[in-house]
Design a protein around this ligand. Structure first.
Ligand SMILES: [Zn+2]
Length: 303
């Protein structure tokens, strides 16, 4: 995981350095922000002490109240003290990952470090396409439509020049329009605006992870990936991304999420970003005959 995170950060740094739509001053600020990213992997350095919390095996309601009170007291005791950067907002067994713009930290708890996201014994193409793209997604939150308003110290400060700001907006408007057009249920569309930050995270994450995977191949095997089960490295990379977002909702749940969830439905988290990556077209021989085909000029590349 340390190696994966390092390669993702290096890949993003390289992409920022080669970025053509940011001016030099904004690019410098973006690189500064990236340099202060703090990854937290697996478990906290300091655990929450639950010894004062009384839990009984036969009273769910009292337990819920006791836990709420414990959580409240745990937060109140931090009041008036300096910010504790070692605190975790959730326990390490959680299957999730997060970015905190106020602290510029990305967190990957132990719970997500298992298949289908991560397996130390798995083919690297799969790890880069799965947890690699999730790492990239969280890094991307530092530079999405909301995260980009925070600077390298977590302060809300506009470090964007007007020109770079306008260029970012042109790209994200075009990208958001792709999602507005998706109709997961008859008459119910994704909101490109509501899901913007998460979609930017997915697109940037996949782009960063793809670049990182190829950095890894360059470092270890002269850029070549083996064919496994008849699949090329790039094919396995994209299939791994699809595997982590397998999911199923009842129509009512899906309809509610389209109104309230800042994430696009899983099916669109897979297909939405990939059709913007040239490498995906090459990997599977996708042509204008295919449903997900986008002409090159309509593909959005932010990072
Ligand atoms: Zn996210």
């Amino acid at each position: 995981m340390d190696g994966l995170v390092r390669n993702l950060l290096d890949a993003f740094k390289e992409r920022l350095e080669q970025n053509e739509w940011m001016d030099a001053a904004t690019r410098e600020q973006a690189l500064l922000k990236l340099s202060t990213f703090e990854p937290r992997i697996g478990y906290p350095t300091k655990y929450t002490d639950y010894s004062t919390l009384a839990i009984s095996p036969d009273n769910l309601f009292e337990n819920a109240l006791a836990l709420a009170e414990f959580g409240w007291a745990d937060q109140i005791k931090e009041l008036g003290k300096p910010v504790d950067r070692e605190r975790w907002g959730y326990p390490p067994q959680t299957v999730n990952a997060s970015y905190n713009p106020l602290l510029n930290q990305i967190t990957f708890p132990a719970g997500i470090l298992q298949p289908p996201f991560f397996d130390p014994a798995a083919d690297p193409a799969v790890n880069y396409g799965a947890i690699g793209a999730v790492i990239g997604h969280e890094i991307g939150h530092g530079f999405d439509d909301q995260g980009r308003e925070f600077d390298e110290k977590g302060r809300i400060r506009n470090w964007w020049s007007d020109a770079s700001n306008a260029a970012f907006k042109v790209k994200t408007d075009k990208f958001g329009a792709q999602y507005d057009a998706y109709e997961p249920l008859p008459g119910a569309h994704i909101s490109g605006q509501l899901t913007m930050g998460e979609n930017i995270g997915d697109l940037g994450g996949l782009q960063m992870a793809y670049a990182a995977y190829h950095r890894y191949l360059d470092q270890t095997s002269g850029g070549k990936a083996p064919v496994i089960d008849g699949l090329t490295g790039d094919q396995r990379f994209f299939l791994a991304w699809a595997q982590v977002w397998q999911g199923k909702y009842r129509d009512d749940e899906l309809r509610q999420r389209l109104e309230t969830d800042p994430h696009s439905p899983p099916y669109f988290r897979i297909n939405g970003p990939v059709r913007n990556l040239d490498a995906w077209y090459d990997a599977f021989g996708v042509t204008a005959e295919d449903d997900l085909y986008l002409p090159p000029e309509e593909r959005v590349r932010i990072w």
